[in-house]
Structure formats: structure tokens, C-alpha cells
Design a protein around this ligand. Structure first.
Ligand SMILES: Nc1ncnc2c1ncn2[C@@H]1O[C@H](COP(=O)(O)OP(=O)(O)OP(=O)(O)O)[C@@H](O)[C@H]1O
Ligand SMILES: [Mg+2]
Length: 333
């Protein structure tokens, strides 16, 4: 079954053609980062307009690259939430029009379920129970999946999402936008033990908080400059990253232990982070836990993960009505 996946929840217009939830025939992403860079963050209205301009040309390219015509498509999968309402609407409207015109089933996909299914694209079907750690520009979330398509949220961020914190600290350090990947690169040249930034481990349970750490970074750099010293930014980046990742890995392993699962699944743009991948891998191995991590290019937003999740939902008989709307705050599960 050949599925067209459409993702427009934020600032990436992404379309993919995927066969049987596994074979990626085309996976095209038009990033709008250059449009939002000068604002230091995503401007919703700019994002919607860019999706509108990008979508049709990208659809033509995706079909051409996959050697497919619209007649070969069996179903349309689309992100219905969470995300920016105007951005989501562009993808949903296109998906509905295609499904209606071609007489094909439509399947609405939760964006975070898409991030989980990026693993299935790369590694094949993953049997629950598992714990998923979802960490991206808009979310930091620990989820227990006791059975297929059932999700129980164990904890989430109380303030900034990890990607957001990476981007804000990167901006403060004068790096580009989005700053996460830049900060990751800079941190490789720094000492993670140079500065002991606070770990927000004292708070209960599986929730996360990064606002204190963010403030600590700003205070440290400002204080150093006040003393007439320019801090080594690679050390600041590495020490900040270490403080973020250490807590994330501790909590994810604790969640797996406490729910008694032997499998951890990672998803979301921040999973592209080199240090998070390395530390999670080491600690999971020590604990005898199977760890699934998507390749970096499938961590950030893409249409293939949406087509893949759509395939598994369609396979168990799910369908979405043509009057479906955008759900900016759609809960998982
Ligand atoms: N190597 C990296 N290290 C740290 N952060 C990274 C890295 N690569 C990407 N990111 C961050 O990942 C985020 C983008 O992830 P993603 O595309 O999944 O987010 P989103 O779709 O905007 O958010 P959500 O999935 O919550 O709706 C950005 O904040 C970016 O800085
Ligand atoms: Mg995302």
C-alpha cells in the first residue's frame, strides 16, 4: 500500500511517498528556517503562507522522485495536530482535497505519533510495551505505550521544550537559527565538566524544567563578561548540553524501570543531538534495555514518519472523516 504523507504542523513543508509503512520512495522537506531566522523564531502567518506556496510544487517533485502518479497512491496521511493552526490547515486542506478527488481513504495522524513511527521506518515494527521519550521544538515528554496506539503520558516539560531551550541558549551565544544543531557542533569542541550548571533533578516524577538552567547560562556568561573575561563558548555549550541530556537520560531510564518495560523509543528533532544519542545508548546498554533511535534525518519533521504512522493506523481499520479540522492542542492518546 502506497501512502502519501503530508506534514505542515510548523515550519517545514514535508511530503513523502512510502510503501507499506517501510520503503521510503520519496521524502522531501522544504524548510522555511531562512524566512523565520531574522525574527529569531517561527512566525505563524509567514509559515502558513510558505506552506501554501510550497505544497503543490513539492507534491509534483515527490511524485516524480518516487516514480509515482496520483493513480498509484492508495491513501493520504496528514498531520492533524498538534501544531500551528494555520500551518496545519494548509496540509489538512490539501489532503482532504486529494482524498476527495481521488476517492482515497484519509488518515489523520498525531504529529508525536509520527515521531515515534520514524523508528518503525528505520527499524521495522516495534512491539509495545515501550517507553517513548519525545523531545523536539515544542515538546519534552515521557510516554508509556502499554499496547499499540495507546499512550499514557508520564511527564512533560513544565516550561520550555528542550529544542526551544537549545534554540534560545544558542541565540544568546550568538549562534544561528535553529540553534540546536549549531550548539551541538560547538559543544563537541568544549568540556562538558567546565561549568557545573544546575540539574533540575529535585523535582518530582518525570516532569522536566529548563528555565532555571537557561537563566544559569545567561548569568554565568554575563558575570564572566562583567569581570572582563570572555568565557569559552564551546565550554558553555558543552556544559549546558550535558546538564540537559543527563536529566533526560536519567528520567527516561527511570521511566522504563518503573513501568517494567525493556524497550525505549526516542523521537523528535532533539534526538538528532549527538550527546543525547551517545549517553542514552551507553546507559540503555548498561541497563539491558533495547533502544530504538531514528537516524538523524528522520528525527526532525518529515512526511515519511506521517505516512508510516498512517499506514499502521489504516491497517487496523482507522479512517478519518473528510470534515476533520486542525487540532492545535491535540492530546496524545
Ligand atoms: N543536534 C541537535 N541538538 C539539539 N537540538 C537539535 C538538534 N537538531 C535539531 N534540534 C532541535 O530540534 C528542534 C526541531 O525539532 P522538530 O522538527 O521535531 O520540532 P517541531 O516539529 O518544531 O516541534 P514538535 O515536534 O514538538 O511540534 C529545534 O528546536 C532544533 O533546534
Ligand atoms: Mg516535530
Amino acid at each position: 500500500m502506497r501512502i502519501l504523507g503530508i506534514e505542515t504542523s510548523c515550519d517545514e513543508t514535508a511530503l513523502a511517498v512510502v510503501d507499506d509503512g517501510r520503503a521510503v520512495l520519496a521524502n522531501l522537506i522544504s524548510s522555511q528556517a531562512h524566512l523565520h531566522e531574522r525574527f529569531g523564531g517561527v512566525v505563524p502567518e509567514v509559515a502558513s503562507r510558505a506552506h501554501l506556496e510550497n505544497l503543490n510544487p513539492l507534491l509534483d517533485l515527490a511524485l516524480r522522485e518516487s516514480g509515482t502518479t496520483l493513480k498509484d497512491i492508495d491513501a493520504i496521511a496528514v498531520t492533524v495536530g498538534p501544531g500551528l493552526v494555520g500551518a496545519l490547515l494548509v496540509g489538512i486542506t490539501a489532503a482532504k482535497a486529494l482524498a476527495f478527488a481521488l476517492g482515497l481513504p484519509l488518515i489523520g495522524v498525531h504529529h508525536l505519533e509520527g515521531h515515534i513511527y520514524a523508528n518503525v521506518l528505520a527499524h521495522g515494527a516495534i512491539e509495545p510495551p515501550f517507553v517513548a521519550f519525545l523531545v523536539s521544538g515544542g515538546h519534552t515528554m515521557l510516554v508509556h505505550a502499554p499496547e499499540p496506539f495507546r499512550y499514557r503520558i508520564l511527564g512533560q516539560t513544565l516550561d520550555d521544550a528542550a529544542g526551544e531551550a537549545f534554540d534560545k541558549v544558542a541565540r544568546f551565544l550568538g549562534l544561528g537559527f535553529p540553534g540546536g544543531p549549531e550548539l551541538d557542533r560547538l559543544a563537541m569542541m568544549g568540556d562538558p565538566d567546565a561549568i557545573r550548571f544546575p540539574r533540575a533533578v529535585t523535582q518530582r516524577g518525570y516532569d522536566f524544567s529548563l528555565s532555571g538552567l537557561k537563566t544559569a547560562v545567561v548569568r554565568h556568561v554575563t558575570a564572566e563578561r562583567g569581570r572582563g573575561r570572555e568565557p569559552a563558548l564551546e565550554d558553555v555549550a558543552a556544559s549546558f548540553q550535558e546538564a540537559v541530556v543527563e536529566v533526560q537520560v536519567d528520567k527516561t531510564l527511570a521511566a522504563a524501570r518503573d513501568t517494567g518495560v525493556a524497550t525505549i523509543v526516542l523521537g523528535g528533532g532533539v534526538v538528532a543531538n549527538t550527546r543525547l544519542r551517545a549517553l542514552m545508548s551507553t546507559r540503555a546498554e548498561q541497563a539491558g534495555i533495547r533502544l530504538f533511535t531514528p537516524p538523524p534525518e528522520l528525527c526532525t519533521d518529515n512526511g515519511a514518519m506521517i505516512a508510516c504512522a498512517g499506514f499502521y493506523r489504516l491497517s487496523r481499520g482507522d479512517r478519518t472523516a473528510l470534515d476533520v479540522g486542525a487540532s492545535p492542542g491535540l492530546p496524545l492518546g
